[in-house]
Design a protein around this ligand. Structure first.
Ligand code: ADP
Length: 390
């Protein structure tokens, strides 16, 4: 009987799952998601071709991550009764200083990952709730943690450090960088299909609700726009991006905001939503004729361009740019607004190729510009398959 892998990506109010057949290159069989956990939860399940297998309201059955997983597994069992889950691969946002690769989860690992909760309070507790729920549901399965920080763990010192007193670096206040599963996938795709580019200096722009850039040289991350937390770098759907730390001090000391209020504002009410006052969703902003929407988009694309310039300096040159994530893969306008003023760096777009989101969208190849859909679930499935068979 063939064995299967379940991938889990537990967010604050959502749970994404994938089902794969175990193989060196795992075969995707189904994907699903529970949204709005704890408040009118809703579940959908698709097969590998994107055809709907199930869609239902969970109500009370989606009140917690554990309950949502249980409900999702019931639906999976109903539609794919042949599935035999031998291993569960988890997306975990923070692996701390120790983990530069996926790891099999046992009690000691889980304890170490729990100790990192203060480093990623909005994500890590939910990731670990997913692990606990999966361990209860599949006590005999191998459980593997795959970290968003791991791909960045070997940055040079100058890209790993802040200019704080040294003791904070030693205590783990470092530039971790995130979105590592996505960057790992893209680096693998370049290795498979664009060997020259893989050997060169590439900026990957992961632009979704969260957004960051990664500088990759010879397939390895050398710099990330994200830092100690996933707040730093580019402005995002609701997150602020790079901010003078003096602003935080001002908000607390002069405006009388509490740390919790500042945190809530920087994570949930800033970025595209905060600047536009309209939406965090790029499709809505692109469709709006409100000048604030255009200004929010202009700030987003300006910061991406600025950071591409910084990445080119960090990598001592630029051979390629790869766009990925919901915005990067789908928005011709954003790619155009990012690339058009980068002619000085050797970047030119083929407008027709850009409009149809072709894989290769540069005009003359001086700097290759690519659109590559990301697949974080596949990276988790590969690592989990390797842990199971290796
Ligand atoms: P997450 O980071 O939550 O995984 P995604 O990678 O799915 O998010 O990206 C979501 C973003 O992608 C949203 O801002 C959405 O509006 C944007 N997006 C998706 N399709 C398009 C499109 N065709 N044009 C512009 N933006 C798009």
């Amino acid at each position: 009987m063939s064995a299967h892998i379940l991938t889990l990506n537990a967010g604050s109010s959502s749970l994404k799952l994938g089902l794969f057949a175990v193989a060196a290159e795992p075969e995707a069989l189904a994907e699903g998601q529970v949204d709005r956990i704890g408040d009118d939860a809703r579940l959908w399940l698709h097969d590998a071709k994107g055809r709907e297998l199930a869609a239902r309201d969970l109500g009370e059955a989606g009140a917690s991550h554990g309950a949502a997983l249980e409900a999702a597994l019931e639906v999976l069992e109903e539609h794919l009764p042949e599935a035999r889950i031998a291993a569960v691969g988890h997306r975990v946002v923070h692996g701390g200083m120790d983990h530069d690769a996926p790891v099999r989860i046992d009690d000691a690992v889980l304890e170490r990952l729990s100790a990192l909760e203060p480093f990623a309070p909005l994500h890590q507790p939910h990731n670990l709730a997913g692990i606990r729920a999966a361990r209860a549901a599949f006590p005999d399965a191998v459980q593997v943690a795959c970290f968003d920080t791991a791909f960045h763990r070997n940055h040079p010192f100058v890209n790993d450090v802040f200019g704080l007193p040294r003791e904070f670096y030693d205590r783990g206040v470092r530039r971790y960088g995130f979105h590592g599963l996505s960057y790992d996938y893209i680096a693998g795709e370049l290795g498979r299909a664009d060997a020259d580019l893989h050997a060169g200096r590439v900026v990957v722009a992961h632009l979704g609700n969260g957004a960051s850039l990664c500088g990759i040289v010879g397939g390895r991350s050398v710099a990330s726009t994200m830092g100690f937390t996933a707040l730093d770098g580019l402005p995002m759907g609701t997150r602020v991006g790079q901010l003078d730390p003096g602003v935080v001090l001002h908000l607390i000391e002069q405006e009388g905001m509490s740390a919790a209020e500042v945190s809530e504002m920087l994570y949930k009410r800033s970025g595209l939503l905060g600047l536009s006052g309209i939406s965090n969703d790029m499709r809505e902003l692109e469709a709006s004729d409100d000048p604030r929407a255009a200004e929010a988009i202009a700030y987003f694309t300006f910061r991406i361009r600025r950071e591409i310039g910084a990445m080119a300096a960090a990598m001592e040159g630029l051979d390629g740019i790869v766009f990925t994530g919901g915005i990067g893969e789908n928005s011709a306008r954003i790619r155009r607004e990012v690339c058009a003023p980068l002619g000085w760096l050797g970047v030119t777009l083929d407008p027709a190729a850009n409009d149809r989101s072709a894989r290769r969208i540069d005009a003359d190849g001086a700097v290759a510009v690519l659109v590559v859909p990301t697949d974080e679930e596949r990276v988790i499935a590969r690592a989990t398959s390797a842990a199971l068979t290796g």
